[in-house]
Design a protein around this ligand. Structure first.
Ligand code: NAD
Ligand code: MG
Length: 390
């Protein structure tokens, strides 16, 4: 990078109004000497997007909801901020040359196209949007390789593994150990879960996150998606990926090497840490976040996940092993089912049932093209919705 001393990294935040997006802006606010905002995007929250744009004065913003376009445009009329809307807008801004790093923080399948665009342009991608790799990990990673686009994970577990691997490029991984908090229903059985309501499932013990990933954490689908994410990020076989429940969320994940030695990355559960690490990489930036005090954690616990109760884990492992479009099906059915659960249309355990039935129904494709991934996603969504009579 020319003039690296002066050049601030210009960040495109896709999904700036979400949990990850707003925490990323906190990180940038504290490091204005190193980072600046180039692009901000939001789906519906025009008020927050406007406030963010007035504070950070990016080159461009995208408001997904076309009905909100005029409001955003007129609120920013005294600035030079360009305002985009419509279906193509995310890919259009992702195609800009002017940013250095894309923080992919849109939730769900909607994040795939803009992230793939950034990767195909050889941009650095700080990846929070795990669904992108779950759906089309083979094509995304291959495109990244061909265009020398570094993908730096933001998901805390994958950031932990990435950090453990720094300096180890010649040392093969024996296995990784993904830690799971267990979510709000750790230790509960199906007779309890059958009656669980949305507001209870939205109470996560250790993390404050967007609604979709909070439900995924309660069903353990989040950990299943993370196993698939890890396979692609670190080029692993299914039997090299282990999950252990660690309810304190202090060890964010671990890598075991061929000599049996294990490295762990630890810290308080705060997403600003992995976000900051990804934006600063390879440099660690100073901050004044609270520090971990081991005396406050005299016991760190580890236990086997309850695969019988949290069947999403088993379904994810099936998709992980089968490959092809299976994880795309799993993801699509899960997105629709979680949406229905959040609308109180189905029960908690129905989420897993919908995913399982959809995985049985949709035709398997061993090596899908990008178009086939989009078709699979659409078919799986339609079938899942029909199961729930949506
Ligand atoms: P969120 O729901 O809080 O925010 C989502 C953002 O995406 C918002 O800015 C929203 O406007 C935008 N968005 C939603 N639907 C969209 C669509 N159809 N088109 C375009 N934009 C859309 O979600 P979050 O918790 O910030 O999670 C974002 C991603 O990061 C997810 O993939 C999640 O799995 C991952 N992640 C989140 C956390 C966390 O702590 N929140 C941790 C690890 C990984
Ligand atoms: Mg995670």
């Amino acid at each position: 990078m020319a003039g690296a001393e002066q050049h601030k990294k210009r960040i495109a935040i896709m999904g700036s109004t979400g949990s990850i997006g707003t925490q990323a802006l906190e990180v940038i606010r504290a490091h204005t000497d190193l980072l600046e905002v180039e692009i901000l995007t939001a789906q519906t929250n025009d008020e927050l997007l406007i406030a963010q744009a007035l504070e950070f004065l990016p080159n461009a913003v995208v408001i997904g909801d076309e009905k909100k376009y005029e409001a955003v445009k007129s609120a920013l009329s005294q600035t030079n901020v360009k305002v985009f809307t419509g279906e193509q807008a995310l890919e259009e801004v992702a195609d800009f040359d002017s940013y250095d790093i894309m923080l992919a923080a849109i939730v769900g399948f909607a994040g795939l196209r803009p992230t793939l665009k950034a990767v195909s342009k050889g941009k650095v991608v700080a990846l929070a949007n795990k669904e992108t790799l779950v759906v089309a990990g083979d094509i995304v990673m291959q495109t990244a390789l061909e265009n020398r686009a570094p993908i730096i994970p933001v998901d805390s577990e994958h950031s932990a593994i990435f950090q453990c691997l720094v300096g180890e490029s010649r040392n093969p991984i024996e296995k990784i150990i993904l830690t799971a908090s267990g979510g709000p229903f750790l230790g509960k059985k199906p007779n309890f879960l059958v009656n669980v309501k949305r507001d209870h499932a939205l109470q996560h013990p250790n993390w404050r996150m967007g609604a979709k990933i909070t439900i995924d954490s309660a069903t353990l689908m989040n950990k299943g998606l993370e196993m698939i994410e890890a396979k692609w990020l670190f080029n692993l076989q299914p039997n090299q990926i282990e999950v252990v429940v660690h309810k304190e969320s202090i060890i964010h994940s671990m890598v075991q090497f061929q000599d049996g030695s294990i490295k762990a990355q630890m810290g308080l559960p705060d997403m600003k840490l992995p976000i900051q690490y990804a934006l600063g990489f390879p440099k660690r930036m100073q901050n004044d976040f609270p520090r971990l005090n081991f005396r406050k954690y005299p016991n760190l616990s580890f236990e086997e996940p309850d695969y019988k109760t949290f069947r999403n884990l088993g379904l994810s492992i099936e998709a992980l092993k089968k490959g092809g479009n299976m994880a795309c099906v799993l993801n699509a059915a899960n997105e629709v089912a979680v949406w229905a659960f959040l609308k109180n249309r189905i029960g908690f355990l129905d989420i897993t049932a919908v995913v399982e039935k959809t995985m049985e129904k949709i035709d398997f494709i061993a090596t899908p093209t990008m178009e086939e991934y989009f078709e699979t996603d659409g078919e799986a969504r339609n079938f899942a919705a029909s199961l729930m009579k949506l």
